[in-house]
Design a protein around this ligand. Sequence first.
Ligand SMILES: *Cc1c(COP(=O)(O)O)cnc(C)c1O
Length: 464
Amino acid sequence: MTPPTLALRNHDAVELRRLDVAHHLPAQADYGEIRDLGGSRIITRADGCQFWDIDGKAYLDGMAGLWCVGVGYGRKELADVAYEQMLELPYYNSFFKTATAPAVRLAAKIAAIAGGELQHVFFNSSGSEAIDTMFRMVRHYWSVQGQPYKNVFIARRNGYHGSTVAGASLGGMSAMHAIGSLPIPGIEHVIQPYSFNEGFGEDEEAFACRCAQEIEDRIVQVGPHNVAAFVGEPIQGAGGVIIPPKGYWLKVEAICKKYNILLVADEVICGFGRTGQWFGHNTFGFTPDIITTAKQLSSGYAPISATIVSRAIVEVLREKGGDFVHGFTYSGHPMCTAVAERNLEIIEREDLVTRTRDVTGPYLAKALERLKDHPLVGEVRSKGLLGAVEIVSEPGTNHRFGGKEGKAGPIVRDACIQNGLMVRGIRDSLVMCPPLIVSYDQIDFMIDTIEKSLDQSTAALRAI
Ligand SMILES: *Cc1c(COP(=O)(O)O)cnc(C)c1O
């Protein structure tokens, strides 16, 4: 690893933080807190699985940026592809019967990877937009078949589907609903398949059945003729790396079939190798009608997302849909699609999906086991390169510090960051999602740092 060159002097750091407070509104932040802290942590450069802040401090990136930088930082070929495409054709749109070569090529590549019936791709710039596209397309699909009332979506509490009005509404996070008076009508939230909370101590199969039953009950209650689709993340990411109990997805799939409801997998995090297969639905063995993807599609090098749709849906749209009056200025953006195509080539060339399934994923699972007997740890879990550690106040229970859910994760996360590891603290868990190129040594560093940070946080946790 090359040592960081401090591109910016300390004076610039002070000035940038001042300007951050004065003018910049960062995402998902408490603006009063950012002001009181004197500005955000400013990140200046990155390489491989590591990044550096403006003060020259190095971090191992245990979160792949924001669940996206699969191929790691510093890939010159991705920069070269972007540069060449911008010189040749920096922009053209895909409205009104036009397309560009990189967009068409990427659609074909994604269809080849997705396989089966998932053969059609609509491009957007973000995961949230991929969800919005799905949302409108699903309702349109039923409407043009004479079923305009078949428009209700079923999603899960504590699911995450982005920050737009449709995305935040489909998501099941009450803090997000509270901002902007959401959810919008037509969305029903059901139990999340979170064994450590909702199903603590319950037999795995029994819990899977109970979760599935709640979905079926809700469908019956709303009326199957009113339900358009079920939407869920194969593994909930932002909700806390929640891995459903065995059998859950097959039961959900069967229920959707039984009631003629579309099944949508939000693969924005799970897509393109994260779980050790190309998609999360491959890992769990079910077949969705639509999948939404983003993040690892370009490894974060360019903003792009893809809504991937089955042949059967597109057949209906072709026969009866008329104009699909929906699209974004940057749908199929040439630079973004060119970068994404090369990113997928890198994932294939370096065999990162198989490596995640057979090498690094199992290694992470084994390394996490070292934390299992730590007095502050209630559970460790992982699938591929997604992992979580549950922090509890009493071993063997799911009791939380302070007597209620929510405070422990951020405390231990802050200690990890102090110790040079970027992970996330979600309520009472620590979650991780390292780049797919992560090494054994880096996984060991992650687990050792989490252990050290748990130890250092004990007093602060007991004081909650
Ligand atoms: C991140 C995420 C989104 C939203 O993606 P953005 O690019 O932030 O709009 C949607 N769904 C899931 C599952 C995500 O993890």
